[in-house]
Design a protein around this ligand. Structure first.
Ligand code: ATP
Ligand code: MG
Ligand code: FE
Length: 338
């Protein structure tokens, strides 16, 4: 089964050709980061316009690299939420046009489900059940993956997502956008014990997260230091902030695995590219006898291959969208709206 997958939920225009869910024949990712950088974040209207300019070119590149034509495609899959409505609509409209024109099935995919499924691509032996920590630009979820396409969200961010916290702290430090990769790099040379930022665990036994208090603590620290004329060591602030985030993420993930009695842990989403997180999670999982899986960095951030993988399992389960498929900006994981 050959799937053409389209991802346009945010600022990456991506098209992939995926065979039987786990074999990636091509995965073209055109990032708009350079354009949005000067605004310090993604400008939705600009993102939509760039997707429109790029999408047909990227589709052709994906077909060419996989060395196939439209006639070889068995189904079309597309991210229909969550994300920016105008950006999503470009992918959804394009996918519907191809499905209609070629008379092939259309499958709508949840973007967060895509992030989780990125793990299946490089870990051929990975099968549910497992616990997945989804940490992306807009979401922080602890998910029990019960089976393909079956998810139980056991905890989520009550305020800022993990990636959002990285981006906002980086912005306060004047480091540019997106902040996650830059903080990750600086943290390697900084002292993680330099500043004692809070670890927010919320009530006992909760698997929810809250990172807005930590973000405020960093902003207060920076303001106070400036007022008092204390030197700010950017590497130390980055390392200390990152340590606060990852300790909580790791603790709660390990606890969730034990609570749900599963012995595999997976990471997903852009922040899963964070080396501090990967290292601490590896160490703790090894101590606890848990297996850890995470995608390579390219498959952690937005890409269409992960959408094609998720779509394959939906396809096997018989899900088909029709031409009324619409973008759903706040689509929840586990929700099927068509
Ligand atoms: P969502 O998936 O929730 O809709 P998104 O698609 O914008 O949001 P992703 O592409 O999954 O998010 O991830 C982007 C986020 O990952 C950004 O917040 C970015 O700062 C963060 N990120 C990327 N690399 C790293 C890293 N090495 N360390 C920490 N954060 C990182
Ligand atoms: Mg992006
Ligand atoms: Fe994403």
């Amino acid at each position: 089964i050959i799937t053409l997958a389209i991802e346009t939920s945010c600022d990456e225009t991506s098209v992939a050709i995926v065979k039987n869910g786990r074999e990636v024949l091509s995965n073209i990712i055109s990032s708009q980061i350079e354009i949005h950088k000067k605004f310090g974040g993604v400008v939705p209207e600009v993102a939509s316009r760039k997707h429109i300019e790029n999408i047909n070119i990227i589709i052709q590149q994906a077909l060419d690299e996989a060395d196939i034509t439209f006639d070889d495609i068995d189904n079309i899959s597309v991210t229909y939420g969550p994300g920016l409505v105008g950006a999503l609509l470009v992918g959804v409209s394009t996918a519907k046009a191809i499905a209609f024109g070629k008379g092939i099935p259309l499958i709508g995919v949840n973007h967060i489900e895509g992030h989780i499924c990125a793990n299946f691509i490089e870990h051929k032996e990975l099968t549910p059940p497992f616990i997945c920590l989804v940490v992306s630009g807009g979401h922080t979820h602890l998910v029990l993956v019960k089976d393909y396409g079956e998810y139980e969200v056991i905890g989520k961010a009550r305020d800022d997502a993990a990636g959002e916290a990285f981006d906002k702290v980086a912005r306060a430090l004047g480091l540019g956008y997106p902040g996650g990769p830059i903080i990750d790099k600086l943290a390697k040379v900084g002292n993680k014990n330099a500043v004692d930022f809070p670890r927010v665990y919320l009530d006992d036994g909760s698997f929810d997260f809250s990172f807005s208090g930590l973000k405020s603590a960093v902003l207060n620290y920076l303001n106070n230091s400036k007022q008092k004329g204390i030197e700010i060591v950017v590497e130390d602030v980055a390392a200390s902030f990152q340590q606060s985030v990852i300790e909580v993420l790791v603790d709660k993930t390990i606890k969730a695995a034990k609570n749900k009695k599963v012995n595999i842990v997976a990471l997903a989403g852009g922040v899963a590219a964070n080396e501090g997180l990967r290292n601490l999670m590896s160490r703790r999982c090894a101590e606890e006898g848990l297996k850890l899986r995470y995608p390579s960095k390219k498959l952690c951030t937005d890409n269409a291959a992960m959408i094609g993988c998720a779509a394959y399992y939906d396809y096997l389960r018989g899900y088909r969208a029709d031409l009324t498929l619409n973008a759903i900006p706040n689509l929840k994981l586990g929700e099927k709206k068509y």
